[in-house]
Design a protein around this ligand. Structure first.
Ligand code: HEM
Length: 422
């Protein structure tokens, strides 16, 4: 990983040898008394982003540049019958507020500019996600935020869309990979039950990630957890919730993700027992502030968050699957899958590197394109991740023990015999 890719705030935290948090707060201009008072207002954390999450230094906050309009040209417009809305709440909200084309089909440039403008994603991550979508799920230029096979992310089961997502059901557990499962949303919601102090930060989300991983093992006979869709995309589905949805402020520049903001981005309307999911109506809340331009969420930053999750949920760095019945989860040996090119220890040091090298090896098979057509993506991947050793060829036969493995599928599919829905 090239050090230049780190945001200044992450770099500071890493090179500072973990400055005591209070000292960093002092440097940010808060008195220790104020800091202690502010911290006790929130549940379960000493830092708004979660105990032990990096960086320790709070990022800058600038209201003018971080405000995201949901007014005028960006007022909410509900999707019509011809508009695509899919498994990604961030992209759905962007389309509903005219930061992406309202029909949900957009170009690489639209996605790239949109996620930077609305959420403060760093260009390296934005370019990777947008380009990977166009190649794997689109026509090399554009793609849909729902769609079917080779049309959009909703049709990309196991190569982009994946199992054990936060709120979306597993494809072969529920027959849909796009529908929100209310019991999953409720399980997350209840982790911060006090509306006054609720904050769905990384510490909360890594607990929820562990719960959801086990739930898929326990309930989805076809659960498959693979290098790109699992190690990479699945973690993003969790870290993005706090890193992008949290509302930043002068008091909490890292952001607070409270109940109302969470519900707004997940299209949950109503309160208590009356709360219900309205498909595709994700909203950017009023008075909502994104990440600071000096603190964009990059690939290196994301890698750090994956390792933070793995401290308490090490299972997320191993690949594996259920073998056709619930609770039959077996690990896949990465050495077998990659013909000896990598092993579990290497993966645990740099999961993003492994996933991107795996993508490079697998993409000709996934897309049916030859390496010449794929060269721009390979060059992009290599520029972003630096020196990741190549995997060569993937040993596909290692995946035959996984009945849920597929290169495409969704947004609807068969319910596996023995699946448990709850
Ligand atoms: C071009 C950029 C993006 C692409 C290609 C993308 C793609 C995806 C895909 C394929 C999924 C399904 C993952 C799964 O099955 O678990 C997903 C889910 C998700 N995405 Fe995005 N996404 C992008 C940007 C964003 C942004 C900016 C946010 C900001 C909030 C976001 C938040 C989420 C969340 C929270 C989920 C999990 C939904 C759930 O299951 O509860 N994404 N995204």
């Amino acid at each position: 990983m090239k050090i230049a890719q780190l945001s200044p705030w992450l770099l500071l935290a890493i090179t500072s040898n973990a400055f005591p948090t209070l000292l960093m707060e002092e440097l940010a201009g808060n008195s220790v008394g104020e800091t202690v008072k502010a911290k006790t207002k929130r549940q379960s954390t000493t830092s708004p982003q979660g105990e032990g999450a990096l960086p320790l230094a709070p990022p800058p906050f600038d209201a003018a540049s971080q405000y995201v309009s949901n007014q005028g040209a960006h007022a909410f417009v509900a999707p019509g019958s011809g508009d695509a809305r899919g498994p990604c709440p961030g992209l759905n909200a962007m389309a509903n507020h005219n930061y992406l084309p309202h029909n949900g089909v957009a170009s690489i440039t639209d996605f790239f500019n949109g996620v930077i403008e609305v959420f403060g994603m760093a260009p390296d991550l934005a370019l990777f996600l947008a380009t990977y979508g166009a190649i794997v799920d689109g026509n090399l230029l554009s793609w849909s935020i729902n769609g079917g096979e080779h049309v959009g992310i909703g049709g990309s089961h196991n190569n982009y869309e994946t199992d054990s997502s936060p709120t979306r059901g597993d494809l072969n557990q529920y027959g849909s990979s796009v529908n929100l499962v209310k019991s999953q949303f409720d399980a997350l919601f209840k982790l911060q039950p006090d509306a006054e102090t609720a904050n769905y930060n990384l510490e909360v989300l890594r607990d929820f990630r562990k719960t959801r991983f086990q739930e898929s093992i326990d309930k989805n006979p076809y659960y498959a957890y693979l290098p790109i869709s699992g190690i990479l995309v699945s973690q993003a589905a969790f870290t993005f919730i706090y890193r992008f949805m949290a509302n930043k402020s002068a008091e909490y520049p890292e952001g607070i993700l409270n109940q109302q903001t969470l519900k707004s981005f997940f299209s949950i309307y109503g309160d208590g027992d009356d709360a219900e999911w309205v498909p595709g109506h994700e909203r950017i809340p009023d008075n909502w502030y994104k990440r600071n331009d000096g603190d964009q969420y990059s690939i290196a930053y994301f890698n750090t968050d994956i390792l933070y999750f793995a401290e308490t949920a090490p299972e997320i760095l191993g690949i594996g699957c259920n073998k056709g019945t619930v609770d039959s989860y077996d690990l896949l040996d990465p050495a077998l899958l990659t013909n000896g090119a990598t092993d579990a220890e290497q993966i645990s040091k740099n999961p993003v590197c492994f996933a991107s090298a795996f993508a490079e090896a697998e993409l000709p098979l996934i897309t049916g394109l030859d390496t010449t057509a794929l060269q721009p993506l390979f060059t992009l991947l290599n520029n972003i991740t630096g020196d990741c050793s190549s995997i060569g060829e993937v040993n596909q036969s290692a995946l035959t023990i996984c009945p849920g493995f597929s290169l495409y599928g969704g947004p609807t599919g068969p319910v596996a015999p023995g699946a448990i829905q709850s």
